[in-house]
Design a protein around this ligand. Structure first.
Ligand code: SF4
Ligand code: ZN
Length: 738
C-alpha cells in the first residue's frame, strides 16, 4: 500500500468536501434550505446518499447532513513520512469524495443551469438504467469502463473506444487533463456519443464521474433488489457490484504541458478511491503508485504504467471480464455497441430502400441440396461501381437449410437480420420485409466495406445464433434495378402468405397461448399473452412466431400457456392465463381481459406499434401509431399517450396494440369491435386498409372505412363529432361506452 496515493486521495477528498460545502452554502443563500434538489426521473433520490447514508435527500437543507457525514469520514491527511498499512483510510476518503461529488453534481440541477448540454449528458435516468443496466446484469455487456482524462492524440482516443465498443463494453466518460477531455477528442473526430452507441459522456469535470457510480449503485437496487438503508445494505450493494458489475476505471493522462508528477490530480485519486469501494479497479497509462491485492479485492486495485495499446486486455484480465469478440470477416468493427448508430446524410456513401428505391429482405427454408453453405453472390453493381450520394435497389435473399428447421421459423430468423446488420460500424439498417432502409457510411466504404459483406455478416451470425436448427446458409444480394423486381414480387407473396397463415386461426382453435417476457428487461412486471387473434403489442410476435421461438429455444422468452377454463368468452379471460400472469407479473396483476379496452385490459411495456384510446365524446375509440407525430382528437400526441400507459400497469381506456390486431375479429370485441373506431391517422388507415376491408366485408360493413375520420377531417373532439354525424358513423348509435 502506497503512502503517496493514500495521501493524494485523502487530500483530494478534503478539497472536494470543502468545494461541496461552499457550493451548498451558496445554493442555500440563493434558494433557501427548503428548495428541492433532485436528479431527473429517478426513484432513488440522490443515489449515493441513499446507498451510503440511507438518506432520502429532497431539499437543499438535507445536503448539510450528507456533507456533515462526509466530513466525519475524512481521515487526517498523512504526512508523507507516515506509512499506512491499511486501505481503510483511503476507502473512507473515497466515500466522502463520492458524497461531495454527488452534492456538487446535484446542485447543478437544483441551482442551474444544469450539468448537461453540448456533448455532455449528465445524470442517467431510471428508464435508461433499466434498459441498459439489464445488459450488464445478464451478460450481454461484459462490463463498463469509466474513463477519466484523455489520450495523447485523437487517433488513440478513437482506437481505444472502438476497441471497447467492439467488446460490447459500455463506456462512461468524465473529467479532463489540462482542460481537454476524451469526449472532446472523440467529438472532433465525428464519433457519435450517446446511449445508442454505448459511449456516454457524463461531464467535463471529474465530479461527473460520480454518475457512473450512482448508476452502479442503482443497478444493485434495481436488478439486485437490494433495499438500501443501513451499512449492512451498503455492504451488500458494494458486494453486488464487485461480484456482478464488471467495471473498471481507466485513468488516462497524457498532457504534454503538465509536469509528470501532477498528471493525476488529488481529486482524481480521491475519485479512484471512491471506485475502489465498489470493487472497481483503476488501470492507468501513467506511472502512478500501484495498489496490489488486499482483503477487499482479490485482484489489484491500481495498476499503473500500462501502454494504451494493451490497456483493454490488461483491464479485462484484472477485472476478470469474459470477452467475446465476434470474428466476422468484414473491414469495419462489429459489436452491439454499434447497433443504434445512425449514418447521417452527409456521412453517407450510398443508401438503399427507404422511400428512394425498392429494397427488401427475405429468408427462406430450402432443401439442403439447394444451399451451398457460405456462398455469397452479388448480382448487379458492387460498391466500387456505385456513385457517392446515390440510392440503389437492394434484395437480401437468405436461404437456409437444417434438419431441425421448419417453415414457421423463417420469419423469426428473418427478423434478426436487422440486428445482425446494424451491429457493423458505419452501417445503418431500419425496418423489415419490404420496408427496409440501409445506409453505408463514407468511412465504411473507405475502409473497404462491400455489398458482399452483408452476406459475410449474415452467414456468420446465423450460424452463430441458430446453430441448433440451421446447418447451411447462403446469401444472394441484388443491386440491379431490373433484377430486383421479380424476387420482390415473390417476397411480397411470401409475406402475405405468412400473414394469412395466422389470419385463418382463431383463439378457440388452440389449447395453448404463448407468453412473451422479452420486454421484462425494462418493464419487469409486463407480460404479453399472444393469441392467434391477438399478436404481441410490438407487432413483432404473432402466435406462430412465439411457437417457433419456443421450439428454437425452450428457455427463451416465449412459452406455451394452457388456456384452461374460459371465465369470460366476451372479454377474453381464462383461468390458467390469470394464474400465469399473476406469477409472471410478480404479483402485480391478477387478471386481464384480452379483448377489452375498458375493463382490466392487457398491460403495455412501452413498445406498442399503436395505441388505442377511448374518445368519450364520440362514444368510440381512436387508434394512433408511432409514426404519427401530430395531435389526436383526445388532445394528446402519441408520445404523451405513450407516457401514460407503459411500464406494465393496467390503464383502462387505453391499450397498446400491434397493427395486425386492428383487423382481427377479436379487436376490442368486448366493447363492440371495429365499429367503435372513429379516427386513425391517414397513413395508418391506408396501411391497414387491405386487411381491414376484407374483415369489414365479412361482417357486411364495407362502408365503415370511409366513415373513420383522419387528421384531414378532424383534430378536435368537436370537429370529429361533426364529421361522424355527417358520415353517419355507427359508433354514435352504439351502447354508451361509459
Ligand atoms: Fe414480447 Fe413484443 Fe410483448 Fe415485448 S411487446 S413482450 S417483444 S410480444
Ligand atoms: Zn415491449
Amino acid at each position: 500500500m502506497s503512502k503517496i496515493i493514500a495521501g493524494a486521495a485523502i487530500r483530494g477528498a478534503h478539497k472536494l468536501v470543502k468545494r461541496a460545502e461552499t457550493a451548498l452554502a451558496e445554493a442555500i443563500a440563493q434558494k433557501g434550505e427548503d428548495a428541492a434538489v433532485e436528479y431527473p426521473n429517478t426513484a432513488y433520490y440522490l443515489p449515493i446518499m441513499l446507498l451510503f447514508l440511507g438518506q432520502r435527500v429532497k431539499k437543499l437543507g438535507d445536503l448539510e447532513e450528507s456533507l456533515a457525514e462526509a466530513r466525519k469520514l475524512l481521515p487526517e491527511v498523512p504526512s508523507d513520512e507516515v506509512w499506512l498499512p491499511y486501505l481503510g483510510d483511503t476507502l473512507d476518503a473515497g466515500v466522502a469524495t463520492l458524497i461531495a461529488e454527488e452534492t456538487i453534481e446535484a446542485l447543478k440541477y437544483a441551482v442551474g443551469p444544469g450539468p448537461a448540454g453540448g456533448l455532455w449528458l449528465g445524470f442517467t435516468d431510471d428508464a435508461t438504467l433499466r434498459l441498459q443496466g439489464i445488459k450488464l446484469v445478464d451478460g450481454r455487456m461484459p462490463g463498463f469502463a469509466a474513463i477519466v482524462g484523455r489520450t495523447g492524440t485523437n487517433r488513440e482516443a478513437v482506437d481505444l473506444v472502438r476497441g471497447l465498443q467492439e467488446r460490447n463494453i459500455l463506456v462512461f466518460m468524465a473529467g479532463h487533463s489540462g482542460g481537454r477531455a476524451i469526449a472532446e477528442q472523440l467529438a472532433e473526430e465525428g464519433i457519435q456519443m450517446d446511449w445508442n452507441t454505448f459511449l456516454v459522456p457524463y461531464g467535463k469535470e471529474i465530479t461527473a464521474a460520480v454518475h457512473s457510480l450512482n448508476f452502479a449503485a442503482r443497478s444493485a437496487m434495481t436488478f439486485g433488489g437490494i433495499e438500501p438503508g443501513d451499512m449492512q445494505a451498503a455492504r451488500r450493494i458494494l458486494l453486488y457490484n464487485k461480484n456482478r458489475v464488471r467495471a473498471f476505471v481507466l485513468a488516462l493522462d497524457s498532457d504534454p504541458d503538465t509536469p509528470k508528477d501532477q498528471l493525476i490530480s488529488d481529486e482524481k485519486y480521491a475519485t479512484a478511491a471512491g471506485a475502489i469501494n465498489f470493487g472497481f479497479p483503476v488501470i492507468s497509462d501513467v506511472d502512478i503508485p500501484q495498489i496490489l491485492p488486499t482483503g477487499i479485492c482479490t485482484y489489484e486495485h491500481v495498476v499503473a504504467n500500462v501502454p494504451l495499446a494493451e490497456i483493454i486486455t490488461r483491464s479485462a484480465e484484472v477485472r476478470g471480464l469474459t470477452i467475446k469478440i465476434e470474428k466476422i470477416p468484414i473491414p469495419v468493427p462489429y459489436g452491439a455497441g454499434f447497433e443504434g448508430e445512425r449514418v447521417r446524410r452527409e456521412d453517407m456513401f450510398v443508401e438503399f430502400g427507404g422511400k428512394y428505391t425498392d429494397a427488401f429482405e427475405l429468408l427462406r427454408m430450402k432443401h439442403p441440396a439447394e444451399v451451398e453453405d457460405g456462398k455469397i453472390e452479388v448480382v448487379g453493381p458492387e460498391i466500387d461501381a456505385m456513385e457517392q450520394g446515390k440510392a440503389y435497389p437492394l434484395a437480401i435473399l437468405v436461404d437456409v437449410a437444417g434438419r431441425q428447421f421448419q417453415e414457421d421459423f423463417e420469419s423469426v430468423v428473418e427478423r434478426r437480420i436487422h440486428e445482425f446488420i446494424s451491429c457493423a460500424n458505419g452501417i445503418f439498417h431500419m425496418g423489415q420485409r419490404a420496408i427496409i432502409w440501409l445506409r453505408i457510411s463514407k468511412d465504411a466504404q473507405r475502409k473497404g466495406f462491400k455489398i458482399r459483406h452483408f452476406g459475410e455478416i449474415l452467414v456468420a451470425k446465423i450460424h452463430n445464433e441458430f446453430s441448433t436448427i440451421i446447418d447451411r446458409v447462403q446469401v444472394k444480394l441484388i443491386t440491379d434495378a431490373e433484377a430486383v423486381k421479380k424476387p420482390m414480387e415473390e417476397a411480397r407473396a411470401v409475406y402475405s402468405q405468412r400473414d394469412d397463415r395466422i389470419a385463418g386461426m382463431t383463439d378457440e382453435d388452440v389449447e395453448d397461448f404463448y407468453s412473451c417476457v422479452l420486454c421484462q428487461s425494462y418493464a419487469p412486471n409486463h407480460v404479453c399473452i399472444v393469441t392467434p387473434e391477438r399478436l404481441g403489442l410490438c407487432g413483432a410476435y404473432t402466435w406462430l412466431d412465439c411457437k417457433a421461438s419456443h421450439q428454437i429455444n425452450a428457455h427463451g422468452p416465449n412459452e406455451p400457456v394452457k388456456k384452461g377454463e374460459c371465465l369470460d368468452p366476451v372479454r377474453g379471460q381464462w383461468k390458467n392465463i390469470n394464474d400465469y400472469i399473476n406469477v409472471k407479473s410478480n404479483g402485480n396483476l391478477e387478471r386481464f381481459n384480452a379483448y377489452s379496452i375498458l375493463e382490466e385490459p392487457m398491460t403495455s411495456c412501452g413498445c406498442f406499434e399503436c395505441i388505442c384510446a377511448i374518445v368519450p365524446e364520440a362514444n368510440g375509440v381512436l387508434i394512433v401509431d408511432r409514426d404519427y407525430t401530430g395531435m389526436t382528437p383526445v388532445g394528446m400526441k402519441f408520445s404523451t399517450l405513450a407516457g401514460q400507459i407503459g411500464g406494465g400497469t393496467q390503464t383502462p381506456g387505453f391499450v397498446g396494440i400491434g397493427k395486425l390486431y386492428i383487423s382481427s375479429p377479436k379487436f376490442i370485441s368486448a366493447e363492440g369491435g371495429i365499429e367503435r373506431v372513429v379516427w386513425m391517422p391517414k397513413a395508418l388507415k391506408e396501411e391497414v386498409a387491405g386487411r381491414l376491408q376484407e374483415r369489414l366485408k365479412k361482417i357486411g360493413r364495407e362502408d365503415l372505412l370511409d366513415k373513420i375520420a383522419t387528421e384531414e377531417d378532424a383534430e378536435t373532439p368537436d370537429q370529429l363529432l361533426e364529421y361522424l354525424r355527417k358520415a353517419g358513423h355507427p359508433a354514435l348509435r352504439m351502447d354508451p361506452l361509459l
